[in-house]
Design a protein around this ligand. Structure first.
Ligand SMILES: [Zn+2]
Length: 59
């Protein structure tokens, strides 16, 4: 029978360790925080690096 309540865990994208159901897809809250920090950093960088509101950029 296909009786598997727990889905197969993927490795943590941060450190590569097996992810835990509690913090998936990460292995721990720490790795989740690291990923979140990276994501936010990237977002901020894109916002400050790319300025589409340039009045001179008409073309
Ligand atoms: Zn991890």
């Amino acid at each position: 029978m296909d009786d598997s309540p727990i889905p197969p865990t993927r490795p943590c994208p941060i450190c590569g360790k097996p992810a835990t159901p509690k913090h998936r897809p990460f292995c721990s809250a720490r790795c989740a925080q690291i990923d979140l920090g990276r994501w936010l950093k990237g977002n901020y960088r894109i916002e400050s690096d790319d300025t589409p509101d340039d009045p001179d950029a008409d073309r």
